[in-house]
Ligand binder design. Structure first.
Ligand code: KG4
Ligand code: ZN
Length: 334
């Protein structure tokens, strides 16, 4: 069978990325240009600044990936692009670049939902087996998704307020840790002890999550201790916060696997880079004989390789769009 090459573009937040993926699972080349250092100065991503940097970087990133792959556009079968959800100004740059390439080189244009991309990052590790449950944990999402086959997404639960990554970043900020706070809390949590009493958020039988309560509990605790002139044991607070997050994520996910009679779990999104979360799921899945896949760290945070992997399956299903494709800040995964 002839190989299929997808040229993929991702620009939904603060990473400008392009990738070439063969047959949905083999990474030929990827370029990721992160703006993290620029936004760290402001304590979070500034949308206007992000889109300006995407404009400056996109051409360079597109050229570099072709060079790295030692390929030309003639060898590409389709252009896949993240059309949403994300920051609208950032998304527009990637979508416009993809449309331009599709027009100039006369290639099919395949829109990819950002979360489908995060999920399909797992296909770069090993072929996904169905049915499966996907736990998507990122800066903008916390969702449990049931997939009975390729490119079929049934959301069975999600956050009612903050995403888990957002809670990590906000907790980090009150602890004076630089943006993005997730990895810093993760590192500190390995050193500390679980000594601060924090609530277990939305501890019920649903598959929904809520992280604003625990985030506010940490913020209030820090302010109260400061007012009393007490010092915060930062590592202990990071451990206590992370432990509660792990507890609720594992509880609800393991429950979903049982209810849906699924033996395969995949974890996706930026927060799946978290060592504490990875370790606990690995232990639990080994104990309960569940097959677990988590992408390599470089595929956890935003990148175009995952969009190329998802884009391949979308392309095979004929999910093409014409040149009036528009970026969408919000959209349901379907
Ligand atoms: O998937 P991603 O790159 O962007 C979105 O689609 O949102 O995820 C970024 C999020 C940030 O909130 C960041 O703090 C979090 O992932 N993150 C982590 C870790 N590494 C990245 N959170 C907890 N522990 C980590 N090690
Ligand atoms: Zn993401």
């Amino acid at each position: 069978m002839k190989d299929t090459y997808i040229f993929a573009i991702e620009s939904s937040c603060d990473e400008t990325s392009a990738s070439i993926i063969k047959n949905g699972s083999v990474e030929i080349a990827t370029v990721v240009l992160s703006q993290m250092d620029i936004h760290a100065r402001y304590g979070g991503v500034v949308p206007e600044i992000a889109s300006r940097h995407h404009i400056e970087n996109i051409t360079m990133v597109l050229e570099e990936v072709l060079e790295k792959a030692n390929m030309t556009m003639d060898e590409i079968d389709a252009i896949a692009v993240t059309y949403g959800p994300g920051l609208i100004g950032s998304l527009l740059i990637g979508v416009q670049a993809a449309k331009t390439l599709a027009y100039i080189y006369n290639k099919p244009l395949v829109p990819v939902h950002h979360i489908a991309g995060h999920i399909y990052a797992n296909n770069l590790v090993k072929p996904m087996e169905f049915p499966l449950i996907a736990l998507v944990i990122s800066g903008g999402h916390t969702e449990l998704i049931y997939m009975k086959e390729d490119y079929s997404f049934e959301k069975i639960g999600g956050t009612l307020d903050d995403a888990v990554g957002e809670a990590y970043d906000k907790v980090a900020r009150v602890l004076d840790l630089p943006y993005p706070g997730g990895p810093k809390i993760d590192a500190l949590a390995l050193e500390g002890k679980d000594t601060y009493p924090l609530p277990l958020p939305l501890n019920d039988d649903s598959f929904d999550f809520s992280f604003s309560g625990i985030k506010s509990a940490v913020i209030n605790l820090v302010h109260n201790e400061m007012q009393r002139g007490n010092t915060i044991r930062t590592a202990d607070l990071a451990t206590s916060f992370q432990e509660r997050v792990i507890e609720i994520l594992t509880k609800k996910t393991m429950h979903a696997l049982e209810k849906y009679h699924v033996k395969h779990l995949i974890i996706a999104g930026g927060v799946s880079a978290n060592k504490g979360i990875r370790n606990r799921f690995q232990e639990l899945c080994a104990e309960k004989n569940i097959e677990l896949t988590i992408p390599e760290i470089k595929y956890c945070t935003d990148n175009a390789a995952m969009i190329g992997a998802a884009g391949y399956y979308a392309y095979k299903l004929g999910r093409k769009e014409d040149l009036d494709l528009n970026a969408k800040a919000t959209d349901i995964l379907k």
